[in-house]
Design a protein. Structure first.
Lengths: 217, 278
């Protein structure tokens, strides 16, 4: 633990309805250089329900600058989610980002041990699918230069990851191979992340995939 | 920088008139003030160099191999043809070795790199040369580089003649390829060429039959027919038809092409605008 990189972002979600979104967001943000905490990925499974699990979670919460809450069905009924929100608020130094699934209404009231929080009054960003969620989150993080003044750099990859994600280096467009100067468009295609220079490249890439399948590229 | 619109003309079978039509339509666009690039992506049977009577020294093949830039490949024929917008033409090599090399000698890694080089070149046509419309002449049927050309296009126009083989092949191509591409924004339409039985003098009498035929074809083939061109004997049997639409603008062939060019323009303006707003 001593030399590990502190977390930038804490991802809070309800497992039953938000796991897919959270997994995708974690993977995408890590690729973009934001060290993102997701309990299911960053806490060893064997510690489930133990004091150690809580310690690791709380440590991640304390060091994260950004708290992302995924508003998916039933999230406000999860005791764990509510506890994480309460703890994060107590720290008082977090930037809260609320991402609401488009199927849900904007007005949601949280009951944090008697204290009512009306999320309808908070700035929310709605999303429809995991690709859009990642795109929106990345866009907001880039705008918040005060939080991450130095461009986030991707963490060291394991050898296995290096082999797996050769195509998803953020600096090169997966379609035209051009170096991406501005914000990349990150898309998940067949469970793999690809970065693109422009919407035309995304469309063209998808067209090639539609006719050649995963033999392209 | 405007949005570059990429238009491909394709067919199931050869001999449908792709090269003649796309060259004429591209030249009409340049005549009307658009900046146009026309590239010969019929890599298996190139014919643009023969059509324009040019002997180029740098080819699209060199661009795909990474040995040339797009600026080396395109030839500026604007002033030679007296056009108002830019008219750049890129030729591909008809040397036997070069044609064979495309599929036979290169591995899949080379092919993918070649596709990427072409995509980059397209962007450069837009940024460096301010091209508004890129027209791509393609190889007929479902071959590797026909598909690649189609996958890089925004608008695909399928040219077909009145033949059962052509109609059936086109229908199958739509199911196998076009429908996949259209899921990601490509638009495709059909154009009938060499419509039989029509003479210039009796045009008004024949329109009714032509309309019925078009409607039947749309049902069978599964694509909207956005234009039709009668079979004109003087064009069909000309040894070297060359930009008739520019040189003889009052000829019925030219007026038909102008109509089609206008339709393509309308379709591309509407759909590209909608796409960019999404």
């Amino acid at each position: 633990m001593g030399n590990r990189r502190p977390f930038d972002i804490f991802l809070c979600h309800k497992k039953s309805s938000g796991k897919d979104f959270a997994d995708h967001l974690k993977l995408g943000l890590e690729e973009l250089g934001y060290h993102t905490f997701l309990d299911s990925k960053d806490i060893p499974k064997m510690t489930d329900g133990t004091e150690e699990w809580i310690q690791i979670r709380d440590q991640a919460l304390s060091e994260s600058k950004v708290f992302i809450l995924l508003i998916t069905p039933g999230f406000n009924l999860s005791a764990e989610v509510l506890k994480e929100i309460r703890s994060a608020r107590e720290f008082g130094d977090k930037k809260f980002l609320y991402f609401r699934h488009r199927d849900l209404g904007r007005k949601i009231v949280l009951d944090l041990e008697g204290k009512k929080i009306d999320l309808g009054r908070q700035e929310q960003v709605s999303f429809e699918n995991k690709e859009e969620l990642l795109r929106l989150a990345h866009g907001i993080l880039i705008q918040n230069k005060d939080l991450f003044p130095v461009p986030a750099s991707p963490p060291e990859k394991t050898e296995a990851q290096k082999g797996q994600n050769q195509e998803s280096k953020v600096s090169i467009c997966a379609m035209c191979s051009k170096q991406i100067k501005d914000q990349p468009i990150v898309e998940t295609i067949d469970n793999r992340l690809y970065s693109f220079d422009c919407p035309d490249c995304v469309r063209t890439f998808k067209k090639f995939r539609s006719v050649y399948g995963d033999s392209f590229p | 920088m405007g949005l570059l619109k990429t238009v491909a003309l394709h067919s199931y079978k050869g001999g449908t008139g792709k090269t003649t039509l796309i060259s004429n339509i591209a030249a009409l666009y340049a005549k009307n003030g658009f900046n146009v690039a026309l590239l010969d992506f019929d890599l298996y049977a190139p014919s643009l160099s023969s059509y324009f009577k040019k002997k180029p020294s740098v080819f699209i093949n060199d661009l795909l191999s990474g040995q040339a830039k797009i600026s080396d490949v395109v030839y500026d024929l604007t002033s030679e043809l007296g056009l108002n917008g830019k008219f750049l033409v890129g030729f591909s090599s008809s040397r036997k070795e070069d044609v064979n090399e495309i599929d036979m000698k290169h591995d899949s890694k080379w092919q993918i790199e070649a596709v990427k080089r072409f995509i980059k070149a397209k962007q450069e046509l837009n940024t460096q040369f301010k091209i508004d419309y890129l027209f791509l002449d393609t190889s007929p049927g479902i071959r590797y580089w026909s598909i690649n050309t189609l996958a890089t296009s925004d608008y695909i126009f399928l040219l077909l003649k009145d033949s059962d083989m052509d109609i059936e092949g086109t229908r199958k191509m739509i199911i196998d390829i076009y429908d996949s591409l259209s899921r990601y924004g490509a638009k495709y339409y059909a154009i009938l060429n060499k419509v039989p039985g029509e003479t210039v003098k009796e045009e008004s009498m024949q329109i009714k039959d032509e309309k019925a035929w078009i409607s039947e074809l749309e049902r069978v083939v599964g694509a909207d027919v956005v234009g039709s061109i009668p079979c004109f004997c003087d064009i069909q049997f000309s040894r070297h038809e060359f930009l008739f639409s520019i040189r003889q603008p009052s000829h019925p062939f030219s007026t038909r092409l102008e109509k089609i060019a206008e339709t393509i323009k309308k379709l591309s303006e509407t759909t590209k605008k909608n796409d960019s707003q999404q």
